[in-house]
Design a protein around this ligand. Structure first.
Ligand code: TXA
Ligand code: MG
Length: 315
């Protein structure tokens, strides 16, 4: 398949109209979008990514008025989160509208909904005129793409169009919050922090992945975010000195920086999150064998960052 690469949201939207899938920038990571009401287009997402069909998709909207097409009801807790965090890196899991295909929700009666804040994403969604279901625009199992070049590397020839933008700001995916239960539960940590959510809803919990009775985020069972290199989580200041072809990313300088082929020192957890997936991809291009990643405290963005680091290390 020929892949059109464009800076024009209106050109990209034309591919959606024709039932194709389009990669587009958001403030978290690049997404791979399809018309939520077109089952053939949704099938193309799973095919292009090699994504298991039991992993549900997030629906993206440009306007709050589009929510009615997607969800059956908006519980009061969800309404508060919408007022506080939409548009932004937050996905709310809500009871789905009966017209939404079970293909999009992987058979669930709920749907994840998010309104991106990225200006190009919003222009594109407005030009499409329909909500778009969109997973991250990577091949399944690879790190989520934070640049359009990363999308091209994974999906060129497999999708109809890439809408170009800059490197994404957050660098990790949205926070997924289940709003269908007694209390809001974080199914996946992400761009909106637990502390931020609790300023609005103090009862917000982190879902227990082991709890069989709790609603889960099916995607969390899959290997994710992994570069080809082995990822080793290191706890400062204890640190093993690397053998060969190693890289390091963290907040503190490693003991012997000259021993590494590639080193990145980040100012804070936000910058670390912003850089991580791109760093993984650059390491793979260099043929790095082991990536040492410094562990961080699990407050603020540290919670989502440590989630991704653990998955990359243990995947
Ligand atoms: O930042 C993001 O969320 C990006 C951009 C493109 O918006 N999208 C993204 O999508 O990360 P994806 O498909 O890579 O991850 C979606 C996650 C998966 O873990 C999935 O299981 C969960 O959200 N999810 C989606 N719908 C759900 C539902 N109805 N119930 C529970 N979990 C759901
Ligand atoms: Mg993904």
């Amino acid at each position: 398949m020929k892949t059109k690469i464009t800076q024009s949201p209106t050109i990209a939207a034309r591919f959606i109209e024709h039932g194709e899938v389009v990669a587009f920038p958001t403030e978290t990571v690049y997404g791979l979008g399809a018309n939520v009401f077109n089952e053939d287009a949704i099938r193309k997402i799973f095919a292009a990514k090699g994504r298991p069909t039991d992993n549900p998709l997030i629906a993206h909207i440009a306007e709050l008025s589009q929510l009615d097409q997607l969800v059956q009801e908006i519980p009061p807790a969800a309404q508060k989160l919408i007022e506080a965090f939409f548009p932004g890196p937050l996905t709310l899991v809500l009871p789905k509208h009966k017209t939404i295909s079970l293909l999009a929700t992987a058979g669930l009666q709920t749907i994840g909904v998010r309104m991106p804040s990225h200006p190009i994403a919003r222009q594109f969604l407005r030009a499409c005129g329909v909500p778009l279901v969109a997973p991250s625009a990577n091949l399944s199992g690879r790190p989520s793409p934070t640049t359009w070049q990363a999308v091209r590397d994974d999906l060129f020839g497999r999708i109809a169009c890439i809408l170009q933008g800059d490197q994404t700001k957050v660098g990790l995916e949205s926070t997924v919050v289940d709003c269908t239960g007694r209390v809001p539960q974080i199914l996946r940590a992400g761009g909106v922090t637990l502390e931020q959510l609790r300023t609005v809803l103090p009862e917000t919990e982190i879902a227990d992945a082991q709890d069989a009775s709790a609603p889960k985020s099916p995607g969390q069972k899959y290997r994710h975010y992994a570069p080809q290199a082995k990822v080793v989580l290191t706890h400062f200041p204890q640190f093993t000195v690397p053998a060969n072809e190693s890289a390091y990313i963290g907040l503190h300088e490693p003991p012997q920086p000259a021993m590494f082929d590639k080193v990145m020192i980040c100012r804070d957890a936000e910058q670390y999150a912003h850089a991580l997936f791109q760093f993984f991809r650059e390491c793979d291009e260099l043929g790095v064998k082991t990536i040492f990643c410094q562990a961080v405290g699990e407050e603020g963005m540290g919670l989502a960052l440590m989630d991704r680091l653990r998955r990359a290390a243990h995947g």
